[in-house]
Design a protein around this ligand. Sequence first.
Ligand SMILES: O=C(O)[C@H](O)[C@@H](O)[C@H](O)[C@H](O)COP(=O)(O)O
Length: 261
Amino acid sequence: MSTAPQLVVHRDKELMAQAAAARLITKIVDAQASRGSASVVLTGGRNGNGLLAALAAAPARDAIDWSRLDLWWGDERFLPEGDPERNVTQAREALLDAVPLDPERVHAMPASDGPHGSDVDAAAAAYAEELAAAADLSDHAPVPSFDVLMLGVGPDTHVASLFPELPAVREKDRTVVGVHGAPKPPPTRVTLTLPAIRAAREVWLLAAGEDKAEAAEIALSGAGEIQAPAAGAYGRTRTLWLLDSAAASRLPRALYPPASA
Ligand SMILES: O=C(O)[C@H](O)[C@@H](O)[C@H](O)[C@H](O)COP(=O)(O)O
């Protein structure tokens, strides 16, 4: 059952990142208060890393008990460990190296020089097994019920490494797949699939900047998930689009309340 997208539009990308970071702090603190721990899926890209940097600078940052937070990734560039282009490398620089996480609870996707070598499909299968091992019977797929799964939205409406018309967005069974020939470099990636994304309690889509206006318009105007993967990204209890005014500039005004001041 898809949850209709809710939209929140902020004045600019800086405010969107700060507001989204504040929203994430509250969500994590509430999850930890009610279930003892929280589970969040991070995204790469400028908007995703901008949110992490805003979180690192947030005064309320350490209301989070970092030792009881599980971090996963929605996708990863299949590059050697430590490559500056890897999403986990950029997340560490933006936030992770500054907070006392439990290293056992930081679940990076495999690197191309890891135990699976250059076999991205084996790397994807291994991550699927790690997710399944962390799931429990109450979950809705062989993945944990993530409290928040964040996705940056690409200018072509891709999310994670699910690109329009490519095989990965069509996957109905596996939770993690390898991607070959991605149009956004690097071409080889590991990604969660739509079934895995849809197991999350909440899915937050991040879209800031003029270059996302067309993607937001397409994805929110009824396009199909194969042509517009962002249209297929929704959570079990909530689907939230976090935009700035520039990215929302082509949306019907009735779709969202007045942008925040
Ligand atoms: O590995 C990646 O590149 C990201 O996970 C990707 O899905 C990203 O979130 C979008 O491409 C948006 O990126 P920007 O926010 O930089 O536009």
